[in-house]
Design a protein around this ligand. Structure first.
Ligand code: CP
Length: 368
């Protein structure tokens, strides 16, 4: 058993704050932490492209005095011969002390954790979740504004497929006085389960709008996102929405003087380069914070995994096995062999179930 990070809610608010505080301490005194992971190895298993997440994990482990192994293209690994995520994880357990995995199948990091004795970090699973981007975003908000509580944050762009949005809203629901403005066209709105199970259940007020101009003056944080071309099944649909929101310098005229502009990056054209020189543009500072917060996360997960009371409980006691199948075709339970269908009770609707891996609703086996 070990302590994993698959979803932002795997961390208590206290653990989250411990990681953010350690991230700031590392920024203030990098030398002090330069041998914390001496003799330890991080495996970066990236089944999907990445620049920031993979290289910041690599840089983070190197700055902690540890080593890194792994693959950045699954085609060059035995995955191309049909090896499952579960088997690959068992194999990597023989070589590494901690794993960071990015996968296009939703729930892949959960399957990896279920088959791992060493900590698994979800570095992004399909359009589901991206908790280390969330840690990056929270540290950036804290450093830019001096607080995370009592902010109004606008999420703009692809709120349907944007996993960074889903993860950040979940984490922010733990803080006091956070208000959410969802700026998206009809086709890219936040999934219902996020609105119900995360915002409504946690008393997070939200509004949905389809234009940035009327709301920009209310925001403390503007979180821009790329329209996720790779998640669209229909290219015409992507073409219809891809240029819906473009932030340029003229749109910032009515924004607060201390608003901060975040973007998980990469951007395509949703932020014009004339915004880059505005002091409110924090997205490149955000990238650097990502390395420091990943240093903190690696250190903490390795420390916590020595304490059995911190072990992750991946499958809740009231989970139901085998009765349903997941509706989501991108869910690992519908793609890989040997992944048992497991559902947990929905938090928002008594009697409803959610897939353990991707949080989608089930269908009964006879209807599948
Ligand atoms: N923000 C982010 O996840 O970037 P990469 O896809 O480059 O890792």
């Amino acid at each position: 058993m070990a302590k994993h990070l698959i979803d932002p809610t795997d961390l208590s608010k206290e653990e989250l704050e411990e990681i953010l505080d350690l991230g700031q301490k590392i920024i203030d005194n990098r030398e002090k932490y330069s041998e914390v992971c001496k003799g330890k190895k991080l495996a970066t298993l990236f089944y999907e492209p990445s620049t920031r997440t993979r290289l910041s994990f690599t840089s983070a482990m190197m700055e902690l005095g540890g080593n890194v192994l792994g693959f950045s293209d699954a085609k060059n690994s035995s995955v191309s011969k049909g090896e499952t995520c579960a088997d690959t994880t068992k194999v990597i357990n023989c070589f590494a002390d901690i794993i960071a995995m990015r996968h296009f199948e939703e729930g892949a990091a959960m399957v990896a954790a279920m088959n791992s004795k060493v900590p698994v970090i979800n570095a992004g699973d399909g359009s589901h979740s991206h908790p280390t981007q969330t840690l990056t975003d929270l540290l950036t908000i804290k450093r830019e504004l001096g607080r995370i509580d009592n902010i109004t944050i606008g999420f703009c762009g692809d709120l349907k497929f944007g996993r960074t949005v889903h993860s950040l809203i979940k984490a922010l629901s733990r803080y006091e006085g956070v208000k959410v403005v969802l700026i998206a066209p009809e086709q890219l709105r936040l999934p219902d389960y996020m609105k119900q199970e995360v915002c409504e259940m946690n008393g997070v007020p939200y509004v949905e709008v389809d234009s940035m101009e009327p709301v920009i003056g209310d925001l403390d944080v503007l979180y821009m996102t790329r329209v996720q071309k790779e998640r669209f099944l229909d290219e015409d649909e992507y073409d219809r929405v891809k240029d819906f929101f473009i932030l340029d310098a003229s749109k910032l005229k009515n924004a607060k003087k201390d608003m901060c502009i975040l973007h998980p990056l990469p951007r395509v054209n949703e932020i014009s380069t004339d915004v880059d020189s505005d002091p409110r543009a924090a997205y490149f500072r955000q990238v650097e914070n990502g390395k420091f917060v990943r240093m903190a996360l690696i250190s903490k997960l390795l420390e916590w995994s020595k304490d059995p009371t911190k072990d992750s409980q991946l499958v809740p006691e009231d989970a139901v096995r085998g009765k349903y199948v997941c509706r989501n075709k991108r869910c690992i339970s519908n793609i890989e062999t040997g992944v048992e269908s497991i559902f947990r009770p929905a938090l928002d609707k008594p009697g409803e179930m959610r897939c353990l891996y991707c949080e989608s609703k089930p269908q009964t086996r006879e209807n599948s």
